[in-house]
Structures are given as C-alpha cells and as structure tokens.
Write a protein that binds this ligand. Structure first.
Ligand code: HEC
Ligand code: HEC
Length: 391
C-alpha cells in the first residue's frame, strides 16, 4: 500500500491539476542547466497544435490543459505514474515527446480503440474508458477469482448517480446546508475573505507550506502556496478572476498556464462554491441519489450536472449537521472523466458564518491537506491574487 501512495504522490508533480509539485519536473536545457518552460498555450489552442507529438484523433482536439487531464486519467486507470510511459518523468531528464517506450505506443492504440468501441457500440457515448478494462492494472484480468465471487460485493459507483425515490428534494438539502452555515442573510454579507494556514502532504511527502485562499463574491478565487523552507520550489497559484483561470507551477511542466476547456469550467465552479449560496444556480440539472456513508457519517448524495455532462458536481451532506463534507467535480475527456475531490472538516464560525478549517484535496495523481489557522472576512483582496499569477 505504501508503494501505491508513493507512486501516486510522485506522479502528482507533473499534472496540471496537481496541487503542489512535490518533485520538481522541469524542462532543463542541459547546456546551461536552466529550467526552460514551454510558452503558455494560447486561448483556444489545441493539444495537437501545442504539443510536438500528439496525434490521436480524440486527444489532439482537446485544450492543452484538458489533454494533461487525460494523461492523469490514463495514468490512474493503469496504476502507473507518468514515467511508466515517458522516460525520465519526475526528473529533470524527462522526455515527453519520444515514443521510445513501448507502453506509450500501446497506449496511443488504446486511445483509438476506446473511441472505436464507443462509436460502434454506444452511439459515441462514453460508455467504455481505460478504467472499464484496466481497473488500476496495466494488464487487465480476465476471470473472477472465486473467493471474490463469494466475498464482499464490489462497491464501485458509477459517475452519474441514479435518482433515489424517497429522499428529500434537492432544494431542501441545499437550503438546510445554507441554514447550517449561518443562513442566507449572513452568507450574503460575506463579500470577501482571506484564509491563511499551512498545507501538508500525505505520507510525509510534500513538506510544510504556507497556504492562502483569497475569495471575492460572487466568483473570484485565488489559492497560493509557497514553501518557506524551500524557496527554490517557487510559488504555486491557482486563480480564477471571474472570467479566466490560471495555474502557476513554477517547476512543473507548464509554468504559468491558462486554463481552457473543461479545466476552466471546473476552476469557475470552485470559485463560485467559495460562496456557498451560489451552489443552487451553479447547475441546471440536479438529482438526489441513494444515501451513503462517508468517514463514518451518513450523507445525502446530491448531484448537479450541466447539459451534456460537461461538468458534474457531486455533493455529500452530513445528514446530522447538514454541512458539506465532500465535493467531487468531474469533467470529461475522451478516455474517462477527470475527478477532483475536496473534503471539508472542522467547521468553525467566523462573523456568524461557518467555514471549514480543514480541507483535503484528492486528484488523480496526488493528494493534499490544508489546515486553516485564520479566516478574515470582508477584508480588501489584492486583485493580483485573483488574476494571472506574476511569479
Ligand atoms: C499509459 C501511457 C502514458 C502515461 C502513463 C502517461 N502518458 Fe503522456 N502520453 C502518452 C501518449 C500515448 C501520448 C501521445 C498521445 C497522442 O498522440 O494523442 C502522450 C503525450 C504526452 C505529452 C505531449 C508531449 C508532446 O509534446 O508531444 C505530455 C506533455 C504528456 N504526455 C504528459 C504526461 C504526464 C504529465 C503524465 C503523468 C500524469 C503522462 N503523460 C502519463 C501516454 C502516456
Ligand atoms: C476493452 C478493454 C480495454 C480498454 C478499454 C483499454 N485497454 Fe489497455 N489493454 C487491454 C488488454 C486486454 C491489454 C493486455 C493485452 C495483452 O495481454 O497483451 C491492454 C494493455 C494495455 C497496455 C500495455 C500494458 C503492458 O504492460 O503491456 C497499455 C499501456 C494500455 N493497455 C493502455 C490503455 C489505455 C491508456 C487505455 C484507455 C485509453 C486502455 N488501455 C483501454 C484492454 C483494454
């Protein structure tokens, strides 16, 4: 199990959705030993154009940031890290472009195969993904083991929750949440906030970092991280300014990155949910699924989605406290959905409104916990913390 944790944690550094690069992944020009980042992708640019060797029909049309999301999907589906297909990934000697690794060549064929299966059998709907067959293994299994047949039934869940009869209506669960936080009037009085704390990795990897969230109603948000003990790691930033979103990972592959495609939709949703009264309006379609148990707590499962499921948000509300304890957002790629999970704990009141003082973030390639020490409400927020990071 430890190996599994390490592998995921190491892979994390290189993905666009990664929270903080634990391992520096950078393009190094060997001559000067200088880190050279590729220029940021232009708005609307495709992966096939931006990258040097991206050729599959379904992946080359993605935005460069959604393409990296797809890399996370295939990595997770096979239980790999980036270096299983890309030589040197996770070190300064990485080579993303080369096809020298057989597994990368096989993976490209599999991308085409997945597209063909879905087209021929499921009218182009994404019924089959890498995970459907691989389930975290590079070589899919073929037969059920008999002790599994008579053991616990599999508890994996489909992305789209089925509507469950007899559950409270969506509006009731969302209203109870707003009430539990302090009520609509108190929430509406929060126009901005600044949260400061520390973030810690998992399993001792990652080190302590300063963690800050800046938020301005109704939909601006900036999350910043720096390592006081390792200034060489630079400053990480994830911002959404109401229109555009950016990620800065100074030592990862992409430097300062313009979010585009599904990645931008996800960043916007995170920013809107920084002000929870905006939750209801954030999706046109809502449904309540079967109840579940998370961290020993019984929860209502409420799911919102856009037309065409370009963005799915699944919200888990504690049945006792009515507070949100988990939020999972998913955006599509042609080979499976990118999932990002955020857990909320330790709610405390600031200015009459409850805020979670502990967040956990889980991505396909890494996870992270932040502990908030202080939240200041209705303080001026530096616009530079919400826009394109100048780092
Ligand atoms: C299972 C194999 C596999 C894994 C694991 C994998 N990739 Fe890839 N990667 C590919 C394939 C295949 C392509 C080319 C896709 C195409 O042609 O459409 C590619 C292309 C790329 C490119 C484009 C490089 C260029 O300029 O042509 C980048 C960047 C990249 N991958 C990053 C990553 C990152 C980051 C990870 C880890 C999160 C990762 N990959 C994990 C198979 C893999
Ligand atoms: C319909 C089932 C199915 C789907 C869907 C599928 N695969 Fe596979 N994949 C297989 C099988 C079966 C093998 C093993 C073939 C063999 O035994 O040589 C395999 C092998 C591989 C291998 C080689 C592993 C090794 O060590 O030799 C890679 C890499 C791979 N798949 C990547 C992917 C990726 C990436 C996707 C999604 C784009 C995907 N596969 C989707 C069935 C599937």
């Amino acid at each position: 199990m430890m190996m599994q944790v390490r592998r995921k944690e190491l892979a994390m550094a290189a993905t666009v959705t990664a929270f903080v690069g634990l391992v520096s992944v950078s393009l190094v020009s060997p001559a000067q030993g200088q880190v050279v980042h590729p220029p940021p992708a232009a708005k609307g640019e495709t992966a096939g154009h931006y990258y040097k060797n991206v050729t599959t029909a379904t992946l080359k049309v993605l935005s460069p940031s959604d393409f990296l999301g797809a890399m996370g999907v295939m990595t997770a589906a096979l239980g790999y890290d980036c270096s299983n297909c890309h030589p040197g990934a996770g070190t300064d000697a990485m080579d993303w472009v080369t096809d020298s690794n057989r597994k990368k060549v096989v993976a490209r064929k599999m991308v085409d195969m997945v597209a063909a299966i879905n087209k021929q059998n499921f009218a182009g709907a994404q019924a089959v993904t890498c995970f459907t067959c691989h389930h975290g293994l590079d070589l899919p299994t073929t037969s059920i083991q008999l002790d599994k047949l008579y053991g616990e039934p599999p508890d994996e869940k489909r992305d789209i929750v089925p509507v469950q009869a007899g559950e409270p209506p969506v509006t009731q669960i969302l209203d109870e949440y707003v009430t539990a936080l302090g009520g609509a009037a108190k929430l509406a009085a929060v126009k901005s906030y600044v949260a400061t704390g520390v973030s810690v990795g998992y399993a001792g990897v990652g080190g302590n970092a300063n963690f800050q969230v800046f938020a301005e109603a109704p939909n601006k948000r900036g999350m910043w991280i720096n390592f006081p003990e390792h200034p060489d790691r630079g400053i990480g930033a994830w911002t959404f300014d109401g229109t555009n979103g950016y990620i800065s990972q100074p030592r990862a592959y992409m430097g300062v990155w313009n979010l585009d495609g599904s990645d931008l939709l996800g960043a916007k949703l995170d920013a809107v949910l920084g002000f929870p009264q905006g939750i209801k309006a954030s999706f046109p379609n809502w449904r309540v699924g079967p109840e579940d148990v998370i961290q020993g707590k019984e929860v209502y499962v409420v799911q919102g989605s856009t037309v065409g499921n370009t963005l799915i948000g699944t919200f888990y509300f504690d049945k006792q406290t009515h507070l949100l304890i988990r939020y999972v957002r998913q955006t599509p790629t042609p080979i499976g959905r990118v999932s990002i999970q955020q857990d909320f704990e330790d709610y405390k009141e600031v200015n009459g409104v409850k805020f979670p003082f502990k967040y956990s973030f889980l991505w396909l390639d890494g996870r992270f916990t932040a502990e908030i020490k202080e939240i200041k409400v209705n303080v001026p927020v530096d616009a530079a913390k919400l826009g394109k990071p100048q780092v």
